[in-house]
Design a protein around this ligand. Structure first.
Ligand code: ATP
Ligand code: MG
Length: 393
């Protein structure tokens, strides 16, 4: 039986109140069954707070998450760095939680996550688990240099990653993660990064989106192109691996599998995000059912929607804060963004910071390469004008 309706008992609780939470609420109405939302986030006035009530608490506050569960019919997360204990308490109280405490426990710790993927026979780059500084020297001999040392928990936008260049660098790397668990991963000389996004419903049906390719700068996603410009056989491999990962987790909701494609076409899993993903933001404008609507359908027991793309191609381009200014701002969004096929989504963040995700552009059309150019041109026309500056017109 599907879960829907208004009022406290039918509220969807979301751990995290950033732009992903906001877009979940924004798109929920399109599922045909509008829900009320309650967000848990430490920042009063977080981006999602315009779309529902908010509990102001830390994401690792187990008691606050348990309380969120008591006020909701169903719980979900828009970020994986949350208290598993809190989710488990909600599950004990009979609240359906998607992704489950068990899934998040596996995903949160990259050591556990890679072991899980490997145990299921999925291709992951070789990894080793260092316990002391000296281990890094042995690991360097085994994996070769450079290798990637990753924080086991809490990393995002590459901030928990350290490329270890040589034996001398190993000491710096160990210092960088002092007191934190780490995992050492073989360096992957990838040709492309791609992601597979799919929703799994309560019965195990899976609806997937076409594989997309992702372009990062300084480990932050800049733009995604769909369909990925890869051969049909590589796309098939990525789909098969992504599908298998989603079934192995066996949860409900959106799951994103990030993958590396090597020059010879071999595909490796980088990591799994059991939630809506930045590389799928274009689906709001490019697919019949966005990843956000699909997630709400999947976790509330509704049938999954069509993932068909009315246009052959789409690009999602992040709008990041420009270097050199932090603070209040007004947006200068030129009229050309009213052009057919270009849409701008801003997240309502009150302050801009260099590299901060402030919004995204979605461009749809026929030719992926042309759409990339179009999205880059559109991005260049958007400006953050410091609040109160003379430039404001
Ligand atoms: P996210 O922003 O997805 O949360 P994260 O902080 O969890 O990222 P990863 O996804 O592990 O970190 O890595 C971030 C980026 O660093 C990858 O997208 C890739 O570009 C690069 N990277 C990660 N692992 C490797 C590797 N073994 N070899 C080469 N590059 C890597
Ligand atoms: Mg990643």
């Amino acid at each position: 039986m599907a879960v829907y309706g208004f009022g406290g008992s039918a509220t969807v609780g979301v751990v995290g109140g950033g732009q992903l939470g906001a877009m979940l609420a924004e798109e929920s109405g399109k599922a045909g069954l509008p829900h009320e939302f309650l967000f848990l986030d430490p920042m009063p006035g977080c981006p999602a707070s315009g779309y529902g009530r908010q509990i102001v608490a830390e994401l690792y506050d187990a008691r606050a998450i348990a309380e969120l569960g008591r006020q909701c019919r169903i719980l979900t997360c828009e970020i994986e760095h949350v208290s598993v204990e809190g989710l488990r308490a909600a599950e004990r109280n009979g609240i359906p939680v998607y992704p489950s405490a068990k899934t998040l426990e596996i995903i949160q710790d990259k050591r556990r996550q890679y072991e899980f993927l490997e145990s299921g026979g999925l291709p992951v780059p070789d990894f080793l688990l260092p316990e002391r500084e000296e281990d890094l020297i042995l690991i360097g001999r085994d994996l070769g240099y450079p290798f990637m040392l990753k924080a086991a928990t809490g990393g995002y936008d590459g901030r928990g990653n350290y490329p270890v260049k040589n034996e001398a660098d190993a000491k710096n790397a160990w210092q960088y993660f002092v007191g934190r668990g780490t995992v050492a991963q073989k360096w992957v000389p990838f040709k492309k990064e791609v992601s597979f996004i799919a929703a799994r419903d309560w019965s195990g049906n899976i609806a997937s989106y076409p594989v997309r390719e992702n372009h990062h700068k300084d480990s932050i996603l800049i733009y995604s192109v769909v369909p990925a410009m890869i051969s049909a056989s590589v796309a098939k491999d990525a789909e098969d691996i992504g599908y298998a990962a989603a079934q192995m987790l066996g949860d409900a909701g959106i799951v994103c599998v990030e993958m590396f494609v090597l020059p010879d076409g071999k595909v490796y899993v980088n990591e799994i995000a059991p939630r809506v993903h930045n590389s799928g933001h274009d689906t709001m404008d490019s697919c019949r059912t966005s990843q956000f609507e699909q997630h709400i359908r999947a976790i509330t027991g509704m049938p999954l929607g069509s993932t068909e793309m009315p246009h052959p191609a789409a690009v999602m381009h992040n709008i990041l804060g420009d270097p050199g200014y932090s603070g209040g701002y007004v947006m200068a969004i030129p009229d050309c963004l009213g052009e057919t096929g270009v849409r701008v989504h801003m997240y309502g963040k009150r302050e801009v910071r260099p590299g901060r995700k402030m919004g995204h552009l979605a461009v749809v059309g026929n030719n992926p390469e042309e759409l990339v150019r179009k999205s880059q041109e559109a991005r260049r026309t958007i400006r953050f004008v410091p609040a109160g500056s003379a430039a404001r017109r």
